[in-house]
Design a protein around this ligand. Sequence first.
Ligand SMILES: [Zn+2]
Length: 293
Amino acid sequence: MTASDKPDSLCPLCHASAMPRCVKRNLMIRQCTRCQHQFWIPPDPDSHVSTVYGDEYFCGSSGGYLDYVGEEALQRASARYYCRMLSRYTRPGRMLDVGAACGFFVREFQDAGWQAAGIEPNASMCAVGRQRLQVDLSNHALADLPSAQQFELITLIQVVSHLIDPAETLRQIRQRLVDGGLFLVETWDRHSWAARLSGHSWHEYNPPSVLHWFTRRSLRNLVESFGWRAIASGIPRKRIQVGRGVRMIRHATEQSRLGRWLTWPLGLAPSDWTIPYFLGDAFWMLFRVAPKR
Ligand SMILES: [Zn+2]
């Protein structure tokens, strides 16, 4: 029995008791008996980030990226999509990307007129971003930024499901946003048709790098409990490299015959070709901060 299998594992969102849901890679995913949130609690939270999101996660890890830096064009296209979307709601101001990797989003927001900065726990990614993209990237945690630093926009793109304590991070983000500030989240929807059809083989059931499995409703309820209001949401327009798609599916299906069968046609194409991401299981949500009382 691992630490995460202990019967006293409580829901990190509402602190109610949780029941076993399924096992992936010998790790027990649990589901809250009250709010239905699904999660896996790492046995050693203090070392989890450095253990799981080391350099290998961005370059070669079967549970992460084959070559994150090599995805520059795709990542920057995704950032431009959000810049255009946000232009309907606000003008450029101070922006912080949390979990910025090597700063592709920071660079694109900067080019769109934002005073953009990012924080990233992986020091190598920070160094790559500063050198290649000349962006303002910090290796600090959110809590360690200067207390007076405030932003008109904070983004959390493909990060919230990796957080040890999402509620604590949201509380810290709330403190960093000015009144009327915007908060943009992109993550995965476990109630999407792709997730429902895939069952426990869904590619996002990917502990130990993924720790939380949200639905649109559960994410919205959590964020709104901190005083934000959701003002827009949608499905991101993404492209994906063929090689990454194949690896995601085969990793999710634990190299089973089903995974190989599902991906064999894609396996015939060059791995760096890109295709539209068509599963529709990711979503974004935009929140606006209500004035502090
Ligand atoms: Zn709960």
